[in-house]
Design a protein around this ligand. Structure first.
Ligand code: T5A
Length: 212
């Protein structure tokens, strides 16, 4: 694997989609080959699973069902998109990955981290993100932005306490893996978030050009 795998994480409405397209443009301007993708989704099958997962439903969805659907979509995504792109030396920018499973299904729904770690190892093999950009904002700020976009999906309809647990899990993971995580205060104005992203992109571009 010679490419670079970068994931963007954070709670609802923190600005991942906005940030990922800005970041992709910075890398493309440096003549790098970039693939932008997302989870759940990124393949035809994965997008179909995404719809099942996010559509509001009358029946309660079991936490384990939710987790397994996330990993089903991920298995397809790894096989069809992520592994081949990394193998060709491309930079893969992914809007959410397995840290989201630890935060939402682990922290949010209460599934034991060891269960998620087992699936992570079975599904991903040796593929782990090189860098994870955590856009962190207080829950009210993120949910306010998410609400501004219209109707809330099934997961967005969860309680504030759920999203507080999600945020806490992300922050704990950032602490546990300080070399991989880069935390950005996403409650700042967009220009400041983008300045920080620019700094991170430049460091990565310089590192790739001069690995020694
Ligand atoms: N999920 C996912 C799991 O539970 N487990 C898993 O394993 C995985 C992979 C879908 C859901 O799936 C769950 C988590 C999610 O609930 P999603 O669609 O990626 O995942 O999640 P969302 O958080 O809903 O993504 P969004 O696209 O809705 O939000 P973004 O991308 O974080 O925010 P964005 O960029 O669309 O910005 C929202 C608004 O805020 C503005 C933007 O212009 C936009 O209008 N904005 C700012 N405004 C002011 N200041 C800033 N700094 C701003 N940044 C953005």
């Amino acid at each position: 694997m010679s490419g670079v795998f970068i994931t963007f994480e954070g709670g609802e409405g923190v600005g991942k989609t906005t940030s990922i397209s800005f970041f992709a443009e910075l890398l493309r301007a440096a003549q790098l080959q970039v693939v932008v993708t997302r989870e759940p989704g990124g393949t035809q099958l994965g997008e179909a699973i995404r719809e099942i997962l996010l559509q509001p439903r009358t029946e309660p969805v079991a936490a384990m069902t939710e987790l397994l659907l996330m990993f089903s979509a991920r298995a397809q995504h790894l096989q069809e998109v992520i592994r081949p792109a990394l193998g060709q030396g491309q930079w893969v920018l992914c809007d959410r990955f397995t840290d989201a499973s630890f935060a939402y299904q682990g922290g949010g729904r209460g599934i034991e981290p060891a269960v998620i770690e087992s699936l992570e190892s079975i599904v991903q093999g040796s593929i782990y993100p090189d860098v994870t950009i955590l856009l962190d904002a207080d829950v009210a700020t993120g949910m306010g932005r998410a609400r501004g976009r219209g109707e809330l999906d099934r997961i967005e309809q969860e309680t504030l306490a759920f999203f507080e647990r999600v945020r806490e899990s992300y922050l704990q993971r950032a602490q546990a893996y300080p070399a991989r995580f880069k935390r950005i205060d996403a409650s700042q104005p967009l220009q400041q978030v983008q300045n920080h992203l620019q700094h991170i992109a430049q460091e990565l571009i310089d590192g790739a050009r001069d690995p020694g």
